[in-house]
Design a protein around this ligand. Structure first.
Ligand code: ADP
Ligand code: MG
Length: 247
């Protein structure tokens, strides 16, 4: 369970990117955040993953407030959060399987050396996660040979190898063609349900939100504009979200 309470962040430049944002994502749920350019979506995910420290607010993962942790406790708590973004950022020269297995590294920091590697059980798990995203047959292939949609699937398998409770996705389909984008969204929804993951996904494509979200959170000027089950989100509410982009 991910709970975000009253999150605020002002950049040194003076921009108030988040101004008291609230959201809850339950296990098994896919929540999609919609908002115009500059509405604070990326800043929100950065504050949740603690790439940025928010000025105020709480980020609770299964009850633990990450904003109050430091050092090793913070490092360990962050393992519960996996992040994927627009770019899969795979190591192109390494095999698909090796890329997936790197997701487990955070849980084995002392075992990892340039020459050594992960325990056999982690490699077996990586194969399994690759199967979950439908790419078991590509395990030995170099990551650099994959299509955009395949690479994003591998990035998702790598995130699963971390064994997170929460998956954060920042425009995960922005660089994919429409068909691959649908595939990835379908996969995220299935993984939320099957892995009991809390998935928070930022999107630009309104239509995908209508099709795949359990709930949609509209963000405008760093605040929640609406937070509704997919079927209750009106076209008008979404239009207002993007109109304010120009204001
Ligand atoms: N590193 C930064 N320094 C200063 N301002 C930033 C920085 N990153 C984003 N902003 C500003 O904060 C606001 C929110 O940005 P962002 O979270 O990237 O929005 P989105 O992802 O919704 O497009 C925007 O006004 C943006 O210009
Ligand atoms: Mg962004």
């Amino acid at each position: 369970m991910l709970e975000v309470h009253h999150l605020s962040l002002r950049y040194p430049s003076g921009t108030q990117a988040l101004a008291g944002f609230d959201a809850v994502v339950r296990p098994g749920e896919l929540v999609i955040v919609l908002g115009g350019n500059g509405s604070g979506k990326t800043t929100l995910l950065r504050c949740i993953s603690r790439t940025l420290a928010p000025d105020t607010g709480e980020v609770r993962v299964n009850g633990t407030d990450l904003t109050r942790l430091t050092g090793e406790k913070l490092r360990r708590a962050r393992l519960d959060l996996a992040v994927i973004s627009q770019h899969a950022a795979l190591v192109r020269r390494r095999s698909v399987l090796a890329n997936v297995a790197t997701g487990a590294l955070g849980r084995h920091p002392t075992l990892w050396t340039a020459l050594g590697g992960l325990p056999a059980a982690e490699l077996a798990a990586a194969e399994r996660y690759l199967g979950e995203v439908g790419l078991a047959h590509l395990a030995r292939q170099r990551a650099g040979t994959l299509s955009g949609g395949q690479a994003q699937r591998v990035a998702i398998a790598r995130a699963l190898a971390q064994r997170p409770r929460v998956l954060l996705a920042d425009e995960p389909v922005a660089s994919l063609d429409p068909e691959a984008a649908e595939d990835i969204m379908r996969l995220l929804r299935r993984l939320a349900a099957e892995e009991n993951l809390a998935v928070l996904c930022v999107l630009h494509q309104v239509e995908l939100a209508y099709r795949y979200a359990d709930r949609v959170v509209g963000i405008r000027a760093g605040r929640v504009a609406f937070d509704l089950p997919r079927e209750e989100v009106s076209r008008d509410a979404v239009r207002r979200l993007y109109l304010s982009e120009a204001a």
